[in-house]
Design a protein around this ligand. Structure first.
Ligand code: TEU
Length: 547
């Protein structure tokens, strides 16, 4: 594939800026910290960096509440620094993906502040979803929608004289009012925002909550019997118009820009519709992420994804983790591995040993599949979920909106350990004035980048080797896959003529197919056999006549 289609096979590394590296010693990650670690990222062997929102934000949702889409949060640095970072990364071969949040803005955004100051029915309010309440004195929300973080999706405003006023819609936290995408100014504004970042060298955007933008114009109560594409706020047919227009914009650049959708849809056929020609380039494959560590389920998920993507002509993507879900080492160590999104507490030390074995095998599986893949910062270090954060330190609104029932997502957002044997593990410089914004466990000395770089058996070295082999083997990356005949509970497939990936999900060691070379293994091979919960990449003998 030509360079313009880099996104078809790219490995994209997610930088959660707040927790990646702290350059100025205030305990919060920043752009100076990222810049100082660019060499690490280039050496890791990824192709692109996706930065979670770095814009000015009151941080009611870790930056997914954006106050100004055309600047950088002062805690992270300056716009100038971001421009330099994009350019410098590119010189090291790393493209930049910017996170765009089009469904909602921060309640501190000038548009929403103007809307609050303006009377009901005014143009300033029409860019959002303001409605009078139901019931006596409008004391009930306008409809029965729930916020994804818990509670009602509506919050009541106050009139200028202090009396209760209209309600506004927020599918997430009250600090994240939803935009009205039927409004031409909303549409226009986002095209300008895309241009702003594309003009500064961004190679693409990740589109946050991309399936939620269109709402039923009447804002009726939920109706579970709706026709396809007619849900009141999720995956509505009209939302595709937005991405068709964005695709034209992205394609108008000499080096076309990639559009990556974040869309949580259990129905993969509906998901594939976003990848039709002229729409998004790729979408995150959350079906794979959420798939339990079970051979039949994994194989079915992989097959269905490949099938649907091939039909629509887009590459599949593979993702094991991000800043919203439980870390794989913790998740795969549980007896029931199907709970990707709920942190079940009390993982034991032996759970983590099992989880780590499986997470390593899952990494080799993911990186051998056709298409592009994502690595979330710390995944390459095998960081576990931090399940015992002091409730006083938790910041995730999901925790508070659930009344403290949901532990929230901060356990996957703990600052990265770089070096040394105690917090802040080099996350902040030695003369730091602030503590890391979330506490790091005292037990992470063996998980630092420094420690893992020195250990050939580390998860960091496994990721680095896998990315190097993947780059060197033309058969890996985009293309097709051929399943190999294997014993039950073993997944094995060939890529191209001569590379195979074998994952043993059975309880016993298995023999490997005939091979010329072991390219990489997630665990030591015992007498040439692949242990339970391990994966291997093999170079197969090439035949003159292909099978
Ligand atoms: O997530 C979208 C989304 O639907 C998530 O809330 C998801 O359901 C949940 O996190 C699963 O645990 C995106 C961002 O990735 C997330 O961090 C933001 O909180 C959310 O949008 C709002 O912008």
């Amino acid at each position: 594939f030509d360079d313009d289609a880099w996104w078809r096979s790219a490995v994209i590394y997610q930088v959660y800026v707040r927790s990646f590296a702290d350059g100025n010693g205030d305990g919060t990650g920043d752009l100076a910290g990222v810049r100082a670690r660019l060499r690490y990222l280039a050496d890791l062997g990824v192709d692109a960096l996706w930065f979670s929102p770095w814009y000015p934000s009151p941080m009611a949702d870790g930056g997914y509440d954006v106050a100004d889409y055309r600047d950088i949060d002062p805690a992270y640095g300056t716009l100038r620094q971001a421009e330099e970072l994009i350019a410098e990364a590119r010189e090291l071969g790393l493209r930049t993906i910017v996170d765009i949040v089009p469904n909602h803005v921060s309640d501190q955004h000038t548009w929403f502040q103007a809307a609050l100051d303006a009377p009901p029915g005014s143009p300033a309010r029409q860019r959002f979803w303001f409605r009078p309440g139901r019931g006596a004195d409008g004391a009930e929300p306008p409809n029965d929608w729930s916020s994804i973080f818990g509670g009602s999706a509506w919050t009541r405003t106050k009139n200028a004289d202090g009396t209760p006023g209209e309600w506004y819609l927020h599918l997430f936290a009250p600090e994240q009012p939803d935009l009205n995408w039927t409004h031409p100014l909303v549409w226009h504004e986002h095209e300008q925002i895309l241009r702003f970042w594309f003009d500064r060298g961004a190679a693409g955007v990740r589109v946050d909550s991309a399936g939620l933008l269109a709402k039923h114009a009447d804002l009726p109560d939920l109706d579970l019997d709706h026709a396809p594409g007619q849900h009141v706020h999720t995956d509505r047919d009209e939302v595709h118009d937005i991405y068709r227009s964005w695709r034209r914009l992205a394609d108008s650049y000499p080096e076309p820009r990639a559009l990556i959708g974040e869309i949580w849809l259990p129905d993969l056929e509906r998901l594939a519709r976003y990848l039709r020609p002229g729409e998004l380039h790729t979408v995150f494959n959350f079906d794979f992420l959420a798939c339990p560590w079970e051979p039949d389920r994994l194989r079915a998920s992989i097959e269905q994804s490949l099938h649907l993507h091939e039909e629509v002509g887009a590459p599949a993507t593979w993702v094991l983790s991000n800043h919203d879900v439980t870390r794989p080492v913790t998740r795969y160590g549980r007896a029931d591995t199907s709970f990707a999104f709920e942190t079940k507490r009390a993982g034991t030390a032996s759970d983590l040993i099992l989880g780590k074995r499986r997470a390593r095998a899952a990494a080799l599986l993911m990186l051998a599949l056709p298409g592009s893949a994502y690595v979330y910062q710390g995944e390459e270090l095998g960081l576990p979920e931090v399940e015992d954060i002091d409730p006083d330190r938790i910041q995730d609104p999901m925790h508070f909106r659930s009344g403290g029932v949901d532990p929230g997502r901060d356990g996957s957002r703990v600052p990265v350990p770089w070096s040394g044997t105690a917090p802040p593990y080099g996350f902040s410089p030695d003369d730091a004035t602030g503590e890391p914004w979330l506490p790091q466990p005292a037990t992470w000395a063996d998980l630092t980048v420094e420690a893992q770089q020195a250990d050939p058996a580390s998860t960091l070295r496994l990721y680095r080797d896998a990315l190097r082999v993947r780059k060197a083997a033309p058969a890996l990356g985009d293309g097709t896959l051929t399943w190999l005949d294997t014993p039950a509970d073993v997944l094995a497939f060939r890529r191209g003529d001569d590379v195979a990936c074998v994952v043993n999900l059975s309880a016993d060691p298995v023999d490997l197919p005939a091979h010329e070379e072991v390219l990489l293994a997630s665990a030591d091979l015992e007498d040439g056999r692949l242990d339970s919960d391990a994966a291997v990449w093999l170079r197969l003998p090439t035949h003159d006549t292909p099978e």
